[in-house]
Design a protein around this ligand. Sequence first.
Ligand code: NAP
Length: 517
Amino acid sequence: MVEMLASYVAGQWYTAPDEGTLVLDASTSEPVARVSTTGLDTRAMVDHARRAGGPALRRLTFQQRAAALKELATYLDANKATYHELSLATGATRRDGTGDIDGGIGTTFVFSSRAKRELPDGYVLTDGDVEPIGKGGTFVGQHVYTSLPGVALQINAFNFPVWGMLEKLAPAVLADVPSIVKPATQTAYLTAAVIRDIIASGALPEGAVQFVCGGVGDLLDHLGGEDVIAFTGSASTAAVLRANHAVTARAARFNAETDSLNCSILGPDATVGTPEFDLYVKEVSREITTKAGQRCTCIRRALVPESMVDEVTAGLRARLDKVVVGNPRNETVTMGALVSLHQRDEVRDAVTALMRATEVVYGDPMSVNPVDADPERGAFMAPVVLLATGDRPEPHEVEAFGPVTTLIPYSAPADLGALAARGGGSLVGSILSHDPDFVRAVVAGAAPYHGRLLILDRDCAAGSTGHGTPMPQLVHGGPGRAGGGEELGGMRAVKHFMQHTALEGSPAVIAALGGGS
Ligand code: NAP
């Protein structure tokens, strides 16, 4: 029988006694690991975080925490070859694995260096200037951020087992909040390998990180107002967690990053032969093939001028014809598998639902010929491009979390803001145009529905990190359907794990408490 993955609980590794859930290789269906939390003592975890991890972290200044993060990132970087091998079992190509693994480690380095530059060598962060309140200047106010005495429960999605953990862990460490990391079962073996190294590195004090490998059981029963639940995953799971008493009755802080029907808009000026047209076709095809389209930021709705649908379809066809689907261990493969057969079936079901409002203009959702793999035992799917055939809701509401996008023709640029908004709130949108008036009008309509907007043109293309890649310096999150949360964004992310308090008093006292400490 394959290895049962251990959880890390109150300074000890805990292995569940039952058979647990078997996790299979995405491309071959060979067993990789077993996952279970039967018998896990969640109370002990929360107590350990509060009594050991939190106090140990709070003895460190921001500068010392930044140094600890750098040590951690350096250690993980030296051990990453193991993670890359494991990542192949998730269906990810080596290139996909780089985004997850090197992207996660790089994010940790960025948080460390930004903290070193921007945070004080103390324990309290001031926010804004001292506010004069009383007449005569004897009474003032000052906003500060202080460390929470609680715990950050981090629940992650299957698609970024490394980056998804590290992008939450780094700001939590800087904020001095101990973390309990809970990965998605399907790819938990990769997160587990990194967690083992985090513990072995000794970079963080004992209790700063614990690990739940499997279901969280009654863990939320122990959380309240001093705690944070940082969730990434589907909107339906977010809704379940948001309705938990930990949030509704005890006001645990809840941040959700959920699914999103992200759009990419081709401007009417970006006709065939312009750099923006080529960039658009490249961006859409790259989005749906990277991680086999399993990125929350993937372009699901490609909004194109009615008159350019045929050209865009032809451009995508030319690019997607070169995609080699198969076992990511084969060097010729450019798009790997979905994470599991179950996930592939979910995506096929979503395509079936979308087909009520679309027709397939590229690819076959039900059939694929993967390289070096059995299509029955691996979760493979060909890239699929759909074309909306009328004005129905499905393309704006149904997320096919795989290599799938829908072309949605538009006739009036003035309608684009409203069209973008039909996604109900998105993580990211992009506008491909070199016409500043067009861009200005679209941004005004679309920005309130987006956490991030990429305006891609010939001038910034060479330096652009692309539509689908959240950067640690910029906000990741989105309103409405995208969860209403916010992560990353430089040192803003640290504040999400801290308490915001207005201090009031005499100028001398306020300066001594908040200023520069
Ligand atoms: P999911 O089924 O919602 O699972 C997400 C996480 O929640 C997993 O760790 C899962 O654990 C856990 N979970 C499920 N039910 C739970 C419960 N009742 N209590 C506590 N934890 C629970 O989502 P997924 O299938 O892993 O991820 C795919 C979805 O996530 C897509 O819709 C995608 O758009 C979205 N996503 C969003 C972002 C973003 O940044 N906004 C990033 C990535 C993915 P188990 O695996 O053990 O069930």
